[in-house]
Design a protein around this ligand. Structure first.
Ligand SMILES: [Zn+2]
Length: 320
């Protein structure tokens, strides 16, 4: 059932609403709901990151197909920034405000701080939650989970079951405290941040891969008794092992690799081209043997533009 999580009256006879779809086991009594395990699946904080839309759809579709397997609560929040999703705009339109900097929010005259507080209150207490992001329009990401090192112990067992390609543990210094994930983890509600795909686009295979992972998490949490796909073992990394590839020249970037796994040290990742003269301005190569987890999608580059990120790995480590 669709429920309103937060509502704000707009100037002319309209309400801005953040909604969720709550799915509960067939025949569950209202009084029982508090005692059931619960997963919160969140997306659309950044309105130009749409990959989570398909994941939300796919999870709901599979549950609708087999409601008899549901043994807990699934809350799907497809668009925490509904104006942004509608306009495919990263922040909150008109306010140019990054919604993922206003958490945990507070009940105040500021509508977006109040909405943030309503959202946190609604998700808090979930057994597990996911906040699904989709990079930006410049970079394509393999499905991955990013974890603040202070939450590593709590989150890693969940992350390992979520069917992503890798898990990136960040140092505490780089963590932003205004994010939804930080606020939920501070309240002892485990929240995994997923990054996958590319901004303003949908990638079906990634959406299906993460949906498989979500059902695996639901099974682990006691929310799903049905069959689940075997999950892949993610590569786990800490900050220091990640190498960056940047452009030195302005031009058009043409990739020479597929974005699906391993690259070797020195392997050509792509070229920066000069469209007017037909010259190749730069050949870009991998700094290490490892996992190519970020690859530039947006073709126009300038000196310094990020082209790729490679997680250094020894050759004995497998990708899946
Ligand atoms: Zn984002």
């Amino acid at each position: 059932m669709i429920q309103v999580v937060s509502s704000y009256q707009m100037a002319v006879d309209e309400d801005l609403e953040v909604i969720k779809n709550r799915l509960v086991p067939e025949g569950a009594a209202f009084d029982d709901l508090e005692t059931l395990p619960r997963i919160a699946i969140v997306s659309g904080i950044h309105g130009d990151e749409l990959e989570g839309q398909f994941t939300c759809f796919e999870v709901a579709r599979r549950i609708n197909e087999h409601p008899e397997y549901l043994t807990g609560i699934v809350d799907i929040y497809p668009a925490l920034n509904p104006l942004g999703v509608g306009a495919i705009y990263r922040g909150i339109p008109q306010f140019d405000l990054d919604m993922n900097r206003v958490f945990p929010g507070k009940n105040s005259a500021s509508p977006f701080e109040s909405m943030a507080a309503d959202i946190v209150a609604d998700i808090a207490g979930a057994t597990i939650s996911l906040d699904i992001h989709a990079s930006n329009i410049y970079l394509r990401e393999l499905p991955q989970i990013r974890i603040n090192e202070v939450s590593e112990q709590t989150l890693m067992p969940w992350a390992m079951e979520s069917n992503v390609d890798f898990v990136w543990v960040h140092g505490n210094a780089t963590v932003l405290k205004g994010t939804l994930a930080y606020s939920l983890n501070a309240l002892d509600t485990p929240c995994l941040v997923v990054e996958m795909g590319v901004g303003m686009r949908l990638t079906r295979e990634y959406g299906e891969q993460l949906a498989d992972g979500i059902f695996s998490l639901m099974r682990k949490a006691g929310i799903w008794s049905g069959p689940v796909a075997k999950v892949r073992r993610p590569i786990v990394s800490v900050d220091g092992e990640v190498g960056f590839v940047n452009a030195d020249a302005a031009g058009v970037f043409m990739p020479e690799v597929k974005h699906d796994g391993r690259v070797g040290k020195g392997q050509v990742i792509g070229h920066v081209l000069d469209a007017a003269t037909g010259r190749v301005l730069q050949e870009l190569t991998s700094p290490a043997d490892g996992l190519l987890f970020t690859l530039r999608e947006y073709p126009i580059v300038y000196p310094g533009s990020l082209i790729a990120r490679v997680l250094a790995m020894s050759s004995s480590e497998g990708v899946n």
